[in-house]
Design a protein around this ligand. Sequence first.
Ligand code: SF4
Length: 749
Amino acid sequence: MKTRREFIKISAAGAGVTAIGLSGVNILGLNTAQASNDQTAASDAEMSVYPTYCEVCFWKCAGWTYVDKKGEIRKIIGNKEDPHCNGRLCPRGTGGIGMYYDEDRLKTPLIREYDKDGNAYFRKASWDEALEYSAKKLQKVAEEHGPECVALFNHGSAGSYLGTLLKAFGSPNIAAPSFAQCRGPRETAWIATFGEAVGSPEPTDIRDTDCLVLIGSHLGENMHNGQVQEMADAIDRGTTIITVDPRLSTVASKSKYWLPIKPATDLALLMAWIHVVVYEEIYNKDYVEQYTYGLDLLKEHVKNMTPEWAYGITTIEPEIIRKTAREMANAAPAVIVHPGRHVTWYGDDTQRIRAVAILNALFGSWGNRGGFYMKESVHLPKPKTPPYPKPTKTWRDAYPGQFKLASLALSSGICDATIPTEDRACSFKAWVVAGTNLPLTLPNMSNTVKAMENLDFLLVIDTMPMEITGYADVVLPECTYLERYDLIRDSPHREPYIALRMPAVEPKYDSKPAWWITKQLAEKMGLGDYFPYDDITELLDWQLKKIGSSLEEMKRIGVKKLDREHGGLYFQKGEDIEFNTPTGKIELYSNEIAAEGFDPIPVYTAHPEPDPGFYRLIYGRAPMHTFSRTANNHNLWDLQKENAVWVNPKVAELWDLKKDQLVWLKNQDGVVSSFPIKVRITERIRWDSVYMVHGFGHSDKKLRRAYGNGANDTELITRVMVDPIMGGTGMRGNFVTFLTEQPQKEAKS
Ligand code: SF4
């Protein structure tokens, strides 16, 4: 008998159409078989146009989808009224059509079965059967262990509906990897310092800044559309950019200062900057005096953290440290020390971002033009529903006394607490996973697989057959964002904006929108009252009318700006402000962090170094892909098919590596990449590190374009350094070496 949750390749069982050749696809995302009868380009006037907001990444740029008379999607363009994109989508957003036309999409509900020899396979099911089956399985887990033993992992729009379902069911365990694997430390650090989270999109006033400091933040490669546009404009008007990175990233190449720091030492540089600013008294005195708490304590704390001290740690020369600190101070308050986004690196990440927050406080950039603006969003009314049942336990019970400053659930914490241990009374028994490919998202892939093997039930809702779907008991095919309505986008900005997403085309195959899937599942679980509408358009129209618009209006305009209701974009001079911290001030010395037993002002500690012959593994983003989710999108695959490992020429010479040579990577724990990766020899990376773009090396053959292209960095991240303050998973403490011969190990299939 095979293991309970052996990976299943989603096979022809799910294929409802004849597959087309991969070459038969053009850049617009149209497969040429479909387009062949009409090669005449339709003019815009001949097409139907529908408002949407992009789902290729979380930035949610609003746009217009153009559909020709034959019902084919011809293009997506940005909505000029939308501040997230200003009418310009990024390459990924433009290529979003590829999601709709991807012939490898999930096409029908699937249920895991076993043959007489115990081999697992998927069989096609009707929606009614798959939903009924899922409802019963979730209810069984609730009866035997309590509803709290069901957890939701989500990314994207489906999370809001499924989150309501989980809470109605009685589980508070709703997690997104975007917290513990990405921005969680910065939110905790910002709350401890300013009394509020940074949030998303970040309220960085790059449009008006005079100095932008990026620390391991790859803006431009990390394509956050509106922010990147503002940065490009800032570069054009001569804004000083200071980039701290062991790699000459794209933005580093556009910077006035590139500080090629020794990896894992950023906190020492930050503390030395604070030293210079405090001891040269070049901080924003009025602001610091009026709004902050703890300057004297900070001054004493950084007394010995001089640029000379930091030089020995970071390899950045003292004069450069002083010069860059003065550049920032000269620009203050129009300076942004960017809080970053993916900041889970070394396990002391909350403290590192605390140092970033302290610098911003010293410059007075929080609440000032050219620093950080005070964002605002629309308050959309919620329909009346029954109160949620009160859970009797949460994921926090698995970690008594730990991670109290985590403001959201830890996806990695729930994953770990799914693996039974003797001292834990109850482990998680069922997962609902929507829009996140956990094996390539959480660190330590074998740990994630082990957790999934211990589940009683795994429900996966997705558009594509990602690695996670192979471990599911039930797979439900969600339609793409171009085929569905979703909730009104109400994310914050300088002014409150709303945006509508509506279907441009009917769902392909037997796929359904997540709101429909969740409502049907809720009804089968006896929780239909939490979804008091027959069709989501009723809810949208009701909400829009309450705020002075309507569905009819939004279908015409797509995006609407509303008035600010809560104060100005910036602090007024001398304005009396109470911050949501224990002292009501911006805390340079954090009482909240001190109360939990951690350093109230950051302290630099050294991190492990690679053994001889090993190099620190640094990973990042490509502007044309979103994590591992877009690797099979033919439009984006055309732009980048695989990743490469960046190797310094000195290292390449030592190993006799040649350009484009294929190597396998082996990490400090002996884990070898399943697939080889091409070598890119470049001076743009330090000799002690290697770099690769995250999201490649897919092992599911059903992703016919993406399978086996490049290496999967997640597989090599087996050493995880957990942030004791908020539970984030530090993932940059892994080291790799090169194998130039294929290792004696079967590649995964
Ligand atoms: S940044 Fe690009 S991928 Fe992300 S929402 Fe905007 S257009 Fe889409």
